[in-house]
Design a protein around this ligand. Structure first.
Ligand code: ZN
Length: 310
């Protein structure tokens, strides 16, 4: 049975796993790289899981990325600008196999369509709600990565044309309305007083207890997410939207306002038929998706077909 190395490069943590052809995670490791040398942490997390040759490598990474050159410039890893991530991971393997690379939210969408909440979905939007908001599209059963590899950037879809500026240069992006930090900022402005940490987890706990400011913050984010999902469904004829990322752990606290936002809107029947669900793979979704990309390079019967090769 073939097995691949999957690597998940996040803004604060790196994860690596060896994944079997049926999608099971054989061995897994995770290391925080904040305030550390990212090259050394990457080498360590791969060494944690790798005991010999693998058939291919798949990488899901925080962007921006260039899938042709395999280079990345993650916003939260200032040491890495045009960093040759694909080559660096390949050099950490004994047999230097083929490497495929895609965005972390794209890998989450791929993972959830292969082994998670939307098995064999033909048109699926995967959304990561976390420090930012990311997205990945599966269209006609295949990952749609786009000519530059950056398709599905839901976080930078305009939701409010006159809305607050986004660091990307646009106005009223989904990310400035619905990311974890955006929800926290909004709640604080409404008078929310966190007991321990001003973060999305505590905000979700307070919303679940009925705190008005916390509920209002989730309402605003849910409304913005509902607009983004409905707009994407009108464009792409979606079967499902799968929501992952740290804020998705809030479950109904996040899902209920999204569903209310969708219910308030009309729309054509085809664009309203998708359902919204929380991802089934949790923090493994990106690794499982990266593994699917890797198997697409070396398997005669890959889980999902894609052209993402470095
Ligand atoms: Zn933006």
């Amino acid at each position: 049975m073939k097995r691949v190395l999957a690597v998940d490069v996040g803004g604060t943590k790196f994860a690596a796993a060896v994944v079997a052809q049926d999608g099971t995670v054989a061995i897994r490791s995770e290391r925080v790289h904040l305030d550390a040398d990212p090259d050394a942490v990457l080498a360590a997390v791969v060494a944690d899981v790798l005991a010999g040759p693998v058939d291919a490598v798949g990488i899901g990474t925080a962007g921006p990325l260039d899938p042709v050159t395999g280079t990345v410039s993650p916003v939260n890893i200032p040491n890495w600008r045009d960093f040759p991530l694909a080559d660096a991971v390949r050099r950490l393997t004994p047999n230097r196999p083929a490497v495929a690379i895609a965005g972390d939210a794209q890998c989450m969408a791929i993972g959830e369509c292969w082994r998670g909440a939307a098995p064999a979905g033909r048109a699926v939007l995967g959304v990561v709600v976390s420090t930012g908001v990311g997205g990945g599209l599966i269209l006609d059963g295949r990952p749609y990565l786009g000519p530059t590899g950056n398709a599905g950037q839901l976080g930078h879809m305009t939701i409010d044309p006159g809305g607050p500026p986004c660091p990307c240069g646009n106005l009223g992006c989904l990310e400035v309305l619905a990311s974890g930090p955006a929800m926290v900022r909004h709640a604080l402005a409404l008078g929310w007083t966190p007991r321990t940490a001003a973060d999305a987890a505590e905000l979700a706990a307070d919303a679940a207890r009925g705190n008005a400011a916390a509920l209002a913050a989730f309402d605003r984010a849910g409304e913005a997410l509902a607009v983004a999902f409905q707009t994407t469904a009108a464009m792409c004829d979606l079967d499902a939207v799968v929501v992952g990322g740290g804020v998705a752990a809030a479950g109904p606290v996040l899902l209920d306002p999204i569903r209310r936002g969708l219910a308030r809107r009309g729309g054509l029947a085809f664009a309203r038929r998708f359902d919204v669900r929380i991802g089934a793979l949790g923090r493994d979704a990106g690794l499982v998706g990266a593994a699917a990309l890797a198997f697409a390079q070396v398997s005669a019967d890959p889980p999902l077909r894609t052209e993402a090769v470095v």
